[in-house]
Design a protein around this ligand. Structure first.
Ligand code: PLP
Length: 318
């Protein structure tokens, strides 16, 4: 058991839920986010003659693929939309990967990555719709239940669903009664809209404090949609204001710097949006690659403007 990976936390959340809340700190990964698990596993399964890899990304998958490719001496091309924060673009370039900024959505970035795969012989690595990526992210579920077998509920930040699918598969294989709940922001939550519709659907991609949770799930989704639909007990949405307050809580209570995408579980707990748990709850603090200008505004209680959406500033009160 690595004590860095699991901390008992957040007095506010504990009072609200009446149960201990455990944090799985993926912020401690060398690339600052959990996506390294899936990317390393995917690269370990490449065909031996692979010339290089390509992917689309909201930032953290690209950084993980760049890191894993550099470790293996392979070329990596990362395709991203103009919505991806500059700090993430810089982090990927610093690892030696080629970055392509294409269009205004993940769909545009995905199309470019597929074109590169078809025309240049690179192997495309999906951020979430790939068995090796899902299995890699699922190791978080194994570690959680190794460290805390008595867990009642796992709260998983949800975007394309690779993380939620892997964690739910692993956790429910060990304890079929455990509850696994996906959480997304209430603006542009593609997996939630797709589960409601009964098939993968497109959503409008907008700026969010939880930028790592943006983007579609792919209309031709093969794996993560069905796994999330069948294995998640619920999907809960939180507002930008709730994410803002949860980022403040994690910072002031735990002194943790984390992306908006990571705090959706804490946001739901603080907003009283979760059914009452019968035992300990865990949530995954998925990454720390936050835009520091935005982060500074949040923790100092200033207004934050995201595209044409404004979140009203509010000082932290315990
Ligand atoms: C990618 C990502 C998620 C969501 O993972 P999915 O597998 O796409 O659902 C959550 N948090 C962070 C920080 C991420 O980078």
């Amino acid at each position: 058991m690595n004590p860095l990976h699991l901390n008992d936390i957040l007095s506010a959340a504990r009072t609200i839920a009446g149960q201990p809340v455990l944090l799985k700190l993926e912020t401690a990964q060398p690339t600052g986010a959990f996506k390294l698990r899936g990317a390393l596993n995917a690269l370990a399964h490449l065909p031996p003659d692979a010339k290089g890899v390509t992917c689309c990304s909201t930032g953290n998958h690209g950084r993980a693929v760049a890191y894993a490719a550099r470790a293996r001496g392979l070329k990596a091309v990362v395709c991203m939309s103009a919505l991806v924060p500059q700090t993430k673009v810089d982090g990927i370039r610093a690892l030696g990967a080629e970055v392509r900024i294409i269009g205004r959505s993940q769909d545009d970035a995905l199309a470019e990555s597929r074109r590169l795969a078809a025309e240049n012989g690179l192997v495309e690595i999906s951020p979430f719709d790939d068995e090796h990526v899902i299995a890699g992210q699922g190791t978080i579920g194994l570690e959680l239940l190794q460290d805390a077998p008595e867990l009642d509920t796992i709260l998983v930040p949800l975007s394309g669903g690779g993380l939620a699918a892997g964690v739910a598969l692993a956790a429910k294989a060990i304890n079929p009664a455990i509850r696994v709940i996906g959480l997304s922001m209430d603006r542009g939550a593609a997996m939630h809209a797709s589960i409601e519709a009964g098939r993968p659907v497109e959503v409008e991609e907008v700026e969010s404090l939880a930028d790592s949770l943006g983007g579609g799930i792919g209309l031709d989704n093969r794996l993560s949609f069905a796994l999330c639909r069948d294995l998640l007990d619920d999907v809960i949405l939180v507002s930008e204001a709730e994410i803002y307050r949860a980022m403040q809580a994690l910072y002031f209570e735990e002194r943790l710097v984390a992306e908006g995408a990571c705090v959706v579980g804490i946001a739901a707990l603080m907003a009283g949006k979760l059914p009452r748990p019968k035992g300990p709850i865990a949530t995954i603090i998925t990454g720390r690659n936050v835009d520091m200008t935005v982060f500074t505004r949040v923790i100092t209680g200033q207004d934050v403007t995201l595209g044409d959406y404004r979140i009203e500033g509010r000082s932290y009160a315990a």
